[in-house]
Ligand binder design. Structure first.
Ligand SMILES: Nc1ncnc2c1ncn2[C@@H]1O[C@H](COP(=O)(O)OP(=O)(O)O)[C@@H](O)[C@H]1O
Ligand SMILES: [Mg+2]
Length: 236
């Protein structure tokens, strides 16, 4: 579904990603793990057309995304939930969710997807008329993911969904990610520092350090890998 082929990408003159090659197959959950500053967010921004690609190619369902505007990439079904729960603080939960379905027309399908988001995150239904800024950190993360789902993604890109959340919420978020894939068939590519839990819900993983893929494989194998254990699983 997604192919990142020998990509060099970054900002102005600063190349951050070096010869990156990653594949995500339809129906998979794939995790990119890496420490702070490794280039995880840059990788997701490369897919959604927000950073400069100096070389290589990014293909979605066989079509190159290079030179395609971020809005068109969204229309292809590639939905990016950015780091840091960027919801609209002055809008209600319902209004935030509506922003996610802005490019769609079929009212009945939109209503159904909203119901589905409320089923995944019942607390958002309780808080539906509250403005975003009054939600807890965990609720804001749920809203950010919910808003992404309102676009009916084929491929959902999640940037550190567990960042800064209490352990119980982290577990809840990861189990919802699994549910999104299992129930809706949505393909998920997530980036995380929280390698342990992320790898536990994903099929495969890649390890990124200073912009280079160091290791890749099935998640169970990565979880047992000594280097991965020592570098990324210590704290969790
Ligand atoms: N807007 C930017 N302009 C220049 N350099 C940036 C910008 N954003 C990030 N970087 C640099 O790119 C590298 C990777 O950053 P990032 O992708 O945010 O890492 P991660 O998400 O893994 O923490 C870092 O060295 C960071 O300083
Ligand atoms: Mg980041």
């Amino acid at each position: 579904m997604l192919k990142i082929e020998s990509v060099n990408a970054g900002y102005r003159e600063a190349v951050v990603l070096h010869e990156m090659t990653i594949e995500v197959n339809e129906g998979e959950i794939v995790t990119l793990i890496g420490g702070n500053g490794a280039g995880k967010s840059t990788t997701l921004m490369t897919i959604s057309g927000l950073v400069k690609v100096f070389g290589g190619d990014v293909l979605f369902e066989g079509t190159s995304l290079l030179g395609v505007t971020p809005e068109k990439i969204v229309k292809h079904g590639v939905i990016h939930v950015p780091e840091g729960r960027r919801i609209f603080p002055n809008m209600s939960v319902l209004e935030n969710l509506d922003m996610g379905s802005m490019l769609r027309k079929n009212r009945a399908e939109i209503d159904k997807d909203r119901e589905n988001v409320f089923e995944l995150f019942p607390i958002l239904h309780e808080r539906r008329n509250q403005v975003g800024s009054t939600l807890s950190g965990g609720e804001q993360q749920m809203l950010a993911i919910g808003r992404g789902l309102m676009a009916r993604p084929k491929l959902l890109l999640l940037d550190e969904p567990s960042l800064g959340l209490a352990p119980i919420l982290v577990q809840q978020i990861f189990s919802v990610i699994r549910k999104i894939r299992d129930d809706q068939g949505c393909t998920v590519f997530l980036v995380e520092q929280n390698a342990n839990q992320a790898l536990q819900v994903s099929d495969r993983g890649y390890v990124l350090a200073t912009g280079e893929i160091k290791l890749s494989g099935e998640s169970d194998i990565l979880l047992k890998n000594e280097d991965v254990k020592n570098t990324y699983l210590g704290a969790s």
